[in-house]
Design a protein around this ligand. Structure first.
Ligand code: PLP
Length: 293
């Protein structure tokens, strides 16, 4: 995914009430080296990020993403981002998005070791082509997360509810899923509850109701899941946050993984057992998710 355009952001204080921060955004040469070797984002994965879906230059759900960036920064004890400045950065990179589907990444790192300030940047690039997987769905395997449902609240230093740059574990889980003959994974707690996928939220349908694991200290609150629930509710469907067991997933009437760039994909099998999928509803959800929000 070649970067098309990037901006360096010189972070200003969250309580700086000016409304023009254009002078704090500097276009970067995307082909040139940009980070210091002392950068803590690369040395320790010490920072937070967001990936925002863009369709024909329109960035979707910007407010939910910048709010989650602020939430992740708070959990990581990073200086609070100035949201006016970050919204402006999103506007500025959106203007350089290629036609069709693209992805904006916002990155806020602790900066250079012993350095004075966080490092921040925003990029935009063409998104991978997910049309086939939206049609065909994914097979998932359940993978042990290694802790129980209460770990997120009991041990906030695990940063389970923050979107941190440390995604090596999530990528390892996807490789394990592929080794087991699936395309994606769902993390399950030691006490048998489903959480989320390495890069997506889980939604299941049981009877007439759509359910998703309650966002807690243990999982990210997905912006796409929020949008999908609003859409379903506007169509008269019932939605609810719930504590869901691995059996609830295996016996669901349908299930989806949802995320900002891949959007909605049906789960077609869990640990090798086929799951029914609702092609019409999946197509409707993706049509909605591709529209300006
Ligand atoms: N959960 C995890 C661990 C993720 O990495 C992501 C997105 O990357 C999501 C859930 C879905 O979040 P969103 O819908 O905001 O993209």
């Amino acid at each position: 995914m070649a970067q098309r355009f990037a901006l360096r952001i010189d972070p200003v204080a969250a309580d700086d009430s000016r409304d023009d921060f254009a002078h704090t955004l500097t276009p970067m040469d995307v082909a040139a080296p940009a980070l210091s070797v002392g950068e803590l984002s690369t040395q320790r994965g010490d920072g937070v990020f967001e990936s925002i879906g863009v369709v024909d230059g329109h960035a979707n759900e910007v407010e939910a993403h910048v709010q989650r960036l602020a939430h992740s920064a708070r959990l990581c004890d990073l200086p609070a981002p100035n949201l006016t400045q970050w919204r402006l950065a999103v506007d500025a990179v959106s203007a350089h998005a290629p036609a069709g589907e693209a992805v904006i990444k916002l990155i806020l790192s602790r900066g250079v070791e012993h350095g004075p300030a966080p490092t921040a940047w925003a990029t935009v690039a063409a998104a991978p082509d997910f049309r086939a997987v939206r049609e065909q769905g994914v097979r998932v395997v359940t993978l042990d997360r290694g802790y129980d449902l209460g770990a997120g609240e009991r041990a906030p230093w695990l940063l389970l509810g923050a979107k941190t740059l440390s995604y090596a574990v999530n990528m390892a889980a996807l490789r394990e899923a592929r080794r087991r003959g699936a395309e994606d994974a769902i993390f399950v707690t030691r006490d048998g509850y489903v959480l989320e996928a390495p890069t997506a939220s889980l939604i299941i349908r049981r009877g007439e109701e759509f359910l998703t694991p309650a966002p807690s200290g243990g999982i990210l609150h997905g912006t796409t899941q929020l949008s999908v629930f609003e859409h379903l509710e506007s169509g008269g469907h019932a939605t609810r946050y719930a504590t869901l067991s691995a059996t609830d997933l295996a016996t669901a009437d349908a299930a989806w993984l949802v995320s900002s760039i891949r959007l909605a994909v049906a789960i077609t099998a869990v640990d090798g057992a086929p799951l029914a999928s609702d092609r019409a509803l999946t197509a409707e959800l993706n049509e909605f998710l591709l529209s300006p929000r």
